[in-house]
Design a protein around this ligand. Structure first.
Ligand SMILES: *[C@@H]1O[C@H](CO)[C@@H](O)[C@H](O)[C@H]1NC(C)=O
Ligand SMILES: *[C@@H]1O[C@H](CO)[C@@H](O)[C@H](O)[C@H]1NC(C)=O
Ligand SMILES: *[C@@H]1O[C@H](CO)[C@@H](O)[C@H](O)[C@H]1NC(C)=O
Ligand SMILES: *[C@@H]1O[C@H](CO)[C@@H](O)[C@H](O)[C@H]1NC(C)=O
Length: 380
């Protein structure tokens, strides 16, 4: 069954790819600059992809990264990204020949809309309730996207706007905060048994489904997702229940696992339901787990302890100190040797490695599929 469907997807891919080549050569004859432009990138989700939207909202400082040492390696100033440098989405934009995609809330970015916009917000979940009041939730992100869509139609006309929207890639990282946040507030009551767990996952996936369908209705066709990492083994989660002595918080990891199953099924189903829907799902869970368990295989030295933070695994969220509840923190010498930058986020080095795999890992390798990001940008 699984075999048949992957063969089917392979053929589907061949068919789509050859039609897209034909379409391209036809366009080539007309040689219009705009048609040669790279497909746009619209970014949704949480702190794995937030390039600075939270700099412009009222949030507790837990939801912002616009202070040193965030940004210390690549940008050499804090941009609001939760890393020492660039995020996965920054690398994807680079590989797609796009400039850095600006945060939607950054003033005066409209002239860049043609290349895409970043709506992601640190702390955001698929549920409105997740860290409510401190984040731009997915629903609001969708609302912002609709503003950009009308702007494009108004400025460029329906036909050209439609082309930009249908060629664009819609990249998502969402869900982690829906599963993490109840534990951050030490609220284990929400998630006590497997039947309430799958109900909760169903609600998260239900909300995500609605957002995907609305983008599809607006003309969006190419969707890219990362599945959820093994959240319970993040430095910030291992220290939550002191009696666990630093073991991974298995309740969160099992929610992430349930979510990943449901996400794969959702995308497989949407692909059958929605005409022209194309997608890519990256197995972030296994790719990051590899690096956490075998850092030296990937040119890294430390897979458990964060570069920046306090206490065991530097799991206490305190990187940058001054504006946070815990002011004292340690900072490693060389973030390039670490998987984790702070207690919940990855270093630029790991973001880059993951983005490279998303971009062009073979699609028959269980790393990414049915398309990799390179395919997804190229097809029409
Ligand atoms: C943020 O909070 C301040 C003070 O409460 C308020 O004046 C300002 O309008 C708020 N900004 C936003 C974007 O909500
Ligand atoms: C814990 O979560 C449950 C379910 O969402 C909620 O009813 C309850 O008020 C929460 N308790 C605390 C202390 O936040
Ligand atoms: C488990 O969760 C379900 C759904 O929320 C609930 O109806 C049931 O009472 C729970 N069982 C136990 C043993 O708590
Ligand atoms: C979306 O989430 C809300 C809670 O924020 C829930 O009540 C609703 O049922 C969810 N919608 C879907 C379609 O699952």
């Amino acid at each position: 069954m699984a075999r048949t469907s992957s063969i089917f997807l392979f053929f589907l891919h061949l068919v789509l790819f050859s039609t897209s080549l034909e379409a391209k050569s036809e366009k080539g004859r007309k040689t219009n600059n705009r048609e040669e432009a790279a497909a746009a990138l619209f970014i949704f989700g949480d702190s794995f992809l937030d390039a600075g939207n939270n700099n412009y909202i009222n949030t507790t400082n837990l939801g912002q990264a616009n202070f040193w040492p965030y940004g210390e390696t690549f940008f050499r100033f804090p941009t609001g990204r939760f890393s020492d440098g660039r995020l996965i989405s920054d690398f994807i934009a680079e590989y797609a020949n796009l400039p850095l995609i600006p945060p939607f809330l950054q003033p005066e970015t409209q002239r860049y809309y043609i290349n895409g916009v970043n709506f992601a917000s640190a702390g955001a979940g698929a549920l409105v309730e997740t860290l409510q009041g401190d984040v731009i939730n997915l629903e609001t992100q969708l609302g912002y996207y609709k503003k950009v869509e009308s702007w494009l139609r108004e400025k460029l006309g329906n036909d050209e706007a439609k082309m930009i929207i249908s060629r664009a890639v819609y990249l998502f990282s969402i869900g982690s905060n829906d599963y993490i946040s109840p534990f951050l507030t030490n609220n284990f009551t929400l998630l006590i048994n497997s039947s309430s767990d799958s109900k909760y996952v169903g609600i998260v996936i239900g909300n995500l489904t609605r957002v995907i369908k609305e983008i599809y209705e607006s003309g969006g066709r190419k969707f890219a997702f990362t599945n959820l990492p093994n959240l319970g083994c993040f430095p910030g989660m291992r220290i939550i229940r002191t009696e666990d002595n630093g073991r991974c918080l298995k309740e969160v990891s099992s929610l992430a696992k349930l979510h990943n199953k449901a996400l794969s099924k959702l995308l497989f189903d949407l692909n059958k339901q929605l005409k022209g829907f194309k997608y890519s799902i990256f197995d972030m869970n296994s790719r990051l787990r590899q690096r956490m368990n075998h850092p030296s295989k990937y040119g890294l030295m430390e897979g458990e302890t964060a570069c920046c933070g306090t206490g065991q695994f530097r799991g206490v969220f305190s990187c940058g100190g001054k504006r946070l509840p815990v002011k004292e923190f340690q900072l490693c010498e060389n973030p390039n040797q670490y998987v984790f930058w702070d207690s919940f986020h990855l270093t630029e080095m790991v973001n880059k490695q993951l983005a490279q795999e998303m971009w062009n890992a073979p699609t028959n390798s269980h790393v990414i599929g049915p398309y990799n990001l390179k395919n997804l940008f190229q097809i029409c």
